[in-house]
Design a protein around this ligand. Sequence first.
Ligand code: 5CA
Ligand code: ZN
Length: 485
Amino acid sequence: MKMAKPPERKQWEGNYSEWFHRVLQEVPVYDVRYPVKGTGIWMPFGFKIRKGVTQIIRDELEKTGHEEVLFPLLIPDYMLGKEGEHIKNFEDEVYWVTHGGKTPLDVKLALRPTSETAIYPMFQLWINAYSDLPMKIFQIANVFRYETKATRPMIRVREVSTFKEAHTAHATREEAEAQVNQGIEVYSAVFNQLKLPYVKSRRPEWDKFPGAEYTIAFDTVLPDGKVLQIGTVHELGQGFAKAFDIKYMKADGNYEHVWQTCYGISERAIAALISIHGDDNGLVLPSVVAPIQAAVVPIVFKGKEEEVTKKCHELRDMLTTAGMRAVVDDRKEVTPGSKYFTWEMRGAPVRIDLGPRDLEEGTAVIVRRDNLEKTTVRIESVVGEVKRIMAELDRNLKKRSSDWMSARINGATSIDEVKSILNKQGGIVEATWCGDRGCGEDLEAKVDARILGTPYGDDEGFSSGSGCINCGVAAESTIRIARSY
Ligand code: 5CA
Ligand code: ZN
């Protein structure tokens, strides 16, 4: 027996920001009431989601030969300032430690805004010979940025508490380029597991990471139509290697500076996970990161409580034995209705209801979170059915989110068309552009949006075949334009 009752998804149509705050608070995932702007607290359930996501990131990085390390939080000012472009861009965002107690420090210490300038002086000590290369490390740590744009929980914070940064060094430019592609593959694999849709763009020259040769960014579209950058991969060339004198001896006895890459991802990816899959009943989580995959709810009436509850515990044990994360919600004095509310809010992929009638008939009811479809199954087949239904939910999250985003990537052939699409539904607009910075900045001002860059890799881009959308000169390259966070 199946009954469909799709949940409403009002959050997709204008109330998103409020919805996001409410879900973070009600689950709870993340408490924003800490009295330092741009910080927040990972609450127990949110922490479990975070742990699931960081585990996926760790696994993908370790599978591809990256090793985890942990560097100090403090960076001496003379180290932070070594690479010119880098410091120029970060100096307005750095928090400084200037005193130990009442004593002024001889050397000011920065709270890392990212860790190139902490890690590369150590690369200089560790890398001497060709055999020391490639070096591929990562850390998951907090970084601090005094963001001046409006802060938003998890999306733009001043203490980025879940900053995964990978740093690599290579013997040649070709190897560094290949590493950029591996970084992109790692992130693609992470986002695919989270069922998150994305596009990859090569950022324009003026928007690349400070100190990098070029930047490839992953962007997604949030329910309000605004674009969110959820990860970046940077080709650093030899700029940092020269600033920090990181060299290795080649076969001929000469020294060469290494070629470097770095790539980062943060709790923004978790904000995207929550925002893109969720609905008006709360979180909807892919099974891989759902802290509880199956919640068993006893429907008890006076008289049968004990038998029903016992069967529910048996069900839970069947599921956990099969490797699933399952619980029985046997809270007393709480109605089944509020238990449904709890597990929908927490995004458990399935709920299993069992009452006295089911007990007599040897059945249970499985309720699937994404569409609230109910399926009555024999108790002995619950494990297999839960697995099957979770796999269907995962497939649907992938499809529904990528269909939704695809509908928000559109081509345009005039400035007016760009504006009208962005005003109507946001998302990403693709157009043909000449590549000139002045023209690009003029275009950005006219449409009140940002140029995300050109499609990267196997991403296909729209082409009008008729000159730059802004200045009209003959042009080949496709750009993406969006209003973004
Ligand atoms: N060192 C490089 C690579 S590790 C770096 O710092 N790159 S970054 O500045 O682009 O940051 C990496 C990712 O962190 C960004 O793509 C973005 O998704 C996320 N991020 C950056 N700033 C913040 C912030 N203030 N709050 C939340 N996430 C952020
Ligand atoms: Zn132009």
